[in-house]
Design a protein around this ligand. Structure first.
Ligand code: PLP
Length: 368
């Protein structure tokens, strides 16, 4: 690519973060590396390989397409698809040895006619139960009882039984404990029905790092692979951010007091000021909600002024700089650092929304 704006992804960080998390988990627990949404914006294939080198046993993605991409690149680890697939796509899942999430008997009823009768391979499923996130999963004993006969079918291999927490980033653990209690109760349903899943699992990154005792048979780690975790709530581990983002000034000019910057005259110079233009905008996923955040130029902070445009934004500089001077949007420069968490806090979101939003127009450059 010819642009000055590029993201650097440290494969070493992903590999070492995975290994760090592995060390913190009980030895018997498997580590499922979640690389959905193109590896949280870091590249799913490269992230999956780095996580595997760091000790990941399984992978997970949200959608069938994402799993097929990993298989097409020669990745052979077991892969779980976290969102239900269309029942009519069952043979694709089997042919590519993908594990699917099931939540309801109705899915099996619709799937059955699509199973090719001569197919000798089993379908590996993970049953998803909803204990309080309210997203997907079965909730009642009646739904479970309806599902059981399908799970007893020879063709079905129950590899997992799982739930997902809603409040694992919150300091207050009351709701998490309620969800855990509900999960343990539902796990008993499975035992008493004679359905023994190979892996019972509930913890994503935050729950696993904060409470390794919740690891059970497997942890599903996404955010933390990339160094996103609530540092203030986690002890005994240090993870490194894998992503940094760079650009260069493409123009520098002096503005007189009272002159304007940006669409809708969204910024008016308070005094004579130096303004630099940086070639990144909301068309790259650098949202307008990042207006007023800061980036680094020669180790000094410079604030985004005016509305962020589709392809460019403007920053207020402390003096004149040459066009071509490097700008760090995420990462360190000299003694200063802009963490993705700082940007997320400003925009009222989470780090992974910023990383997944970076569009394909921003080239990812991989380094060890
Ligand atoms: C995305 C996702 C994860 C990974 O969560 P992180 O907080 O990023 O570790 C785990 N489980 C499910 C069901 C998910 O959808």
């Amino acid at each position: 690519m010819y642009r000055d704006t590029r993201a650097k992804v440290s494969l070493g960080a992903i590999r070492e973060n995975t290994a760090e998390i592995r060390r913190l988990m009980p030895e018997s627990a498997k580590l499922m590396a979640v690389v959905k949404a193109d590896g949280y914006g870091h590249g799913s294939v490269a992230s999956a390989r780095a996580a595997a080198q760091g000790g990941a046993d399984h992978l997970a993605v949200a959608y069938l397409e994402e799993a097929l991409l990993l298989r097409s690149k020669g990745i052979e680890l077991p892969i779980l698809i976290l969102a239900p697939i269309h029942p009519s796509e069952v043979m694709l899942a089997i042919r590519h040895q993908l594990m699917v999430t099931v939540t309801h008997a109705e899915w099996f009823r619709q799937m059955a006619p699509y199973r090719e009768p001569l197919c000798k391979d089993n379908l590996r499923v993970h049953v998803k139960v909803d204990t309080g996130l309210g997203r997907i999963g079965l909730r009642t004993k009646e739904e479970w009882d309806e599902l059981v006969p399908w799970l007893q079918w020879d063709f079905i291999d129950v590899d997992g039984f799982y739930t997902h927490f809603a409040t694992s980033a919150r300091e207050d653990t009351a709701f998490l404990r309620t969800q855990l209690a509900k999960f343990l109760e539902m796990k008993e349903w499975s035992r008493t029905s004679g359905i023994e899943a190979r892996h019972y699992h509930c913890a994503g990154s935050n729950a696993a790092l904060r409470f390794p005792e919740l690891a059970m048979d497997m942890v599903r780690i996404g955010a933390a692979l990339f160094g996103f975790y609530p540092e203030q709530l986690v002890s005994g581990i240090h993870l490194r951010p894998a992503l940094s983002l760079y650009s260069r000034l493409i123009q520098v000019k002096q503005l007189r007091k009272g002159e304007c910057i940006g669409y809708d005259n969204s910024y008016v110079a308070e005094e004579d000021e130096w303004i630099g233009t940086v070639p990144i905008g909301y068309g790259d996923g650098w949202s307008q909600s990042l207006q007023n955040t800061e980036m680094l130029v020669e180790g000094r902070r410079a604030q985004v002024v005016g509305k962020i445009c589709m392809d460019q934004l403007m920053i207020r500089l402390d003096r004149s700089y040459e066009a071509g001077t490097e700008v760090v949007l995420i990462g360190s420069q000299r003694e200063e650092r802009v963490a993705i968490t700082e940007l997320a806090l400003h925009a009222g979101t989470v780090s992974q929304e910023i990383s997944t939003s970076l569009s394909s127009r921003v080239e990812r450059i991989y380094k060890e």
